[in-house]
Design a protein around this ligand. Sequence first.
Ligand code: NAD
Length: 488
Amino acid sequence: MVNFPQEILNWIDGQQLSAQAGGWFPKLNPNDGQILCQVARSQAEDVAMAVKIARNKQSVWSEVPPVKRGEILHDLVLNLKRRQTEMARVVASETGKSYREALGETAGAIALGLFYASEGQRLYGRTTTSAVAHKHALTVRQPLGVAGLIIAANTPIANVAWKVFPALICGNTAILKAAEDTPATAWLFGEIAQEAGLPPGVLNIIQGYGEEAGAPLVEHPEVDVISFTGSTEVGRKIQAIAGPSLKRISLELGGKNPLVVCDDADLDNAVKWILLSAFSNAGQRCAAASRIIIFDAIYEQLRELLITKTKQLKVGTSDEDDFGPVINLGQLEQMLAAINQARQGGARILVGGDRLRDPQHCNGYYLAPTLLENIPPDANISQTELFGPIAILYRVANFAEALTLANDSPYGLTAAIHTRNLHRAVRFCEQVQAGVAVVNAGTYGSEPHMPFGGFKQSGNGTREPGTEALDVYSQLKDIYINIDPNQL
Ligand code: NAD
């Protein structure tokens, strides 16, 4: 059983507060469409209150030595570990993913937290030489000030950790705008942080919708950096709103990721990774493989294997299931509309293509695992991210065609190739327009110590996590110290 309040509130200055205007919105369970809880529907005035607190607390937090900040974050991580099963239950209950998957995701958040807690001992600057005698030149990292963190719902605790830990270790205070589809995960993180001794007001958590609570955070003049994980469409809006203020923006956006299978690939391994890459977390991964590019010589063979294995996938919320529902009805309806449009354009549905309507699934937001073919690369569905358990198969003659098709996308987040040919593998990694290239495995996200991010419309060039995230949340200062040997 999972336990969280029936009313999810904001965390501001260590207090739980409802929205000042008194609004609420319901959070529905993706597994059965029932109301899980009511959530504070925050507006600009709630954001303003959180920003004011964060601004007031920032100078004190930034004066805490980085090593000490790291110790506090370490305590937070240990508390998250202590309450890991509880967190995993909350994640599972509000996303519909299995407890097993949610537990793994929470472990990822813990690993990420440990990495950044230790960065307190390694917030390296640089010392260098000078052309001038007796002059010492160095660079140091300094916080930006107040960080606005806006996240997606797909891997809620990983997304919280991904932004909160690097923002705080750098000496910023933060306002996290929780995803409206996963309010309880962020709320519980707030409680865990508070219980672990994170000073009140260092991390404030605002619940609410994007336009009502996210946009005011982006617009607020006292917010110095916005880090956003979400769709390219919203990323573009954020960039436009924040542009005139020149505040720093980090955008981690969508993907339409290609996975190429060459004629010399280990097909069993390729099938395993295609299924995981396309369908795990119901395809709700920015790194999901949604374009499967297959050499002509093995197309029929691989298609048959994929059809067989896809039909065997189990859909539901238990630990034995392969994936669960999508996060909300609106997303499900968009996917169904895209599939229907493709069908009318001549697409062949190899597996799935519809909502699951049997008694176990009919009230939830379940899409059958879907494989499509016979779709032109320039069709809408080939070029648009669907963020669901849907993959399209494409046939190509050779390596050159595969690479061209892999790059024929407005996105450039991740890409994979399956081949035993070293030359093909290395050439693909060199030439594919993606922030992550993988050989003989899946299109997967990053490890905590590695930078993740996309080319083209998958982002704006920043990288999180890894030490590269420190560049998002800190600014460099050059310091020159001149000494006078006559004063010794
Ligand atoms: P979304 O863009 O609709 O929402 C993301 C967040 O932005 C939510 O918290 C939402 O409330 C907020 N938001 C919406 N409109 C806003 C506005 N006008 N101003 C400020 N904030 C606003 O995305 P989603 O559907 O929740 O998530 C799926 C998307 O996230 C996919 O495109 C996926 O690829 C992407 N994603 C990217 C990464 C990455 O690291 N690149 C990771 C996970 C998800």
